[in-house]
Design a binder for this molecule. Structure first.
Ligand code: PHE
Length: 408
């Protein structure tokens, strides 16, 4: 995936414009095909279950949120980070965690990259779904491409306070205020509290509609450079608290830079595969890229309200193989480069990669690492021979591309 997209930046740039909906148009385009396949499922989750569930409808049944899902994932570094006040030295900018195409261009790491652009375009309430790209570890819940849905809603003085008794006397802003854990310096506490209430009740009802009215939820305080205050929503699922979304009151500087300085706004971002995995009991994130009809057919069909209970395909056995190597003395080795390489060479056969050993030679000072790669096919049983071939290709690619020296 990395290689396809980065070495053919033009391709990534063009694919939305031309071939996106025409499956097979770019027969060689891994991402295009996969994104389309995957849409079968995310569209079911978001478009059909969330969006039509009144989320985008106002009290009179009028559309409230506009919905966008065809913005190009190729964005500027400025959009992805600077426009959101993410500082130049922030760890989230690391080369090892992102897909940079060149110094100024990258694949978006989150849908928040489009906040400023859509607010600048004059939108007050929008939902934005799209594919996002991150370099990360390899296991059943991480994949280099996944999907997020972003929601933003802005409020004028009238919209926020008109329903409140005596609200015409209240103001969104406090001219000489201070930043506190509850609010930003420019905002009035009463405005922020109302906004926070609207944000939390909107999202609570969204999650209740998706899961069930009885679902157990909790709000956790957290930090994002582009919202303050910020929260995460966690859902209790099979005895474990699972984070499903991040949200908060938008930083006023962002609204100002987008020409919406006399409004206040909230924003949220949620991970769609995460949600779908929990909703449908899908055990492995790679299944979203499956072309197996037994998987896909479960998510088709015209009836929006038919509940889906995913029937897992039987799990085929896994095989594992270890790889050990000496790290290059330059110190240039990064784990995410290795994970990326394993995913590029091994494709979806790779289920999990974990470091099982680490060792520094007492005399020479050289370091060596050992990783265990678990191989499993979602749709059939792998042979030893097949795994051996893939494993050897990983070994030689690691030597030639990462400068490690194999200890095989
Ligand atoms: N962009 C954040 C993420 O990817 C989520 C988020 C969106 C948080 C909007 C706050 C507001 O983690």
């Amino acid at each position: 995936i990395t290689q396809r997209v980065i070495t053919q930046g033009f391709y990534a740039e063009g694919y939305y414009a031309e071939g996106f909906y025409a499956e097979g148009y770019y027969a060689e385009g891994v991402i295009t095909q996969r994104v389309i396949t995957q849409r079968v499922i995310t569209q079911r989750v978001i478009t059909q279950r969330v969006i039509t569930q009144r989320f985008i409808l106002g009290p009179m049944g009028n559309p409230l949120f506009s919905v966008h899902d065809n913005l190009s994932p190729v964005v500027s570094v400025e959009q992805n980070f600077d426009s959101l006040l993410i500082p130049p030295d922030h760890p989230s900018r690391k080369k090892g965690d992102n897909y940079y195409i060149n110094r100024t261009t990258m694949l978006r790491a989150h849908t928040s990259a489009h906040q400023r652009e859509l607010v600048s375009a004059g939108l007050d309430a929008f939902l934005l779904a799209g594919d996002v790209y991150r370099r990360d570890e390899i296991d059943c819940s991480h994949y280099p491409v996944f999907h997020q849905m972003e929601g933003v809603r802005l409020f004028s003085n009238h919209e926020l306070f008109s329903a409140v008794e005596g609200g015409e006397l209240l103001s969104l802003f406090e001219p000489n205020g201070r930043r506190t854990p509850q609010k930003q310096e420019e905002h009035s506490l009463e405005a922020v509290k109302l906004l926070e209430f609207n944000l939390k009740s909107t999202l609570t009802s969204l999650i209740q509609q998706l899961f069930s009215p009885e679902v157990e939820l909790r709000w956790v305080d957290c930090f994002f450079p582009f919202t303050h205050p910020s929260f995460e929503l966690e859902v209790l699922f099979r005895g474990q608290w699972m984070e499903v979304l991040g949200c908060g009151v938008m930083e006023q500087r962002i609204l100002r830079s987008a020409g919406a300085e006399h409004k206040l706004g909230w924003a949220f971002g949620l991970g769609l595969e995460r949600l779908a995995m929990v909703l449908f009991d899908i055990p492995d994130i790679r299944l979203f890229w499956s072309r197996d009809e037994r998987f896909l057919e479960q998510f088709r069909g015209g009836d929006l309200h038919r509940p889906i209970s995913f029937k897992p395909l039987s799990k085929f056995p896994s095989l594992h193989n270890d790889i050990s190597f000496w790290l290059p003395e330059s110190g240039s080795f990064s784990q995410n480069d290795f994970f990326d390489l394993v995913r590029s060479v091994g494709g979806d056969l790779v289920e999990q990669v974990t470091r099982v050993d680490q060792f520094t030679h007492p005399k020479t000072g050289r370091s060596s690492e050992c990783y265990r790669i678990v191989y499993r096919h979602m749709e059939r049983t792998l042979t030893q021979q097949e795994v051996k071939q893939t494993h050897e290709r990983i070994e030689s690619a690691a030597e030639s591309q990462l400068g490690v020296r194999g200890r095989y």
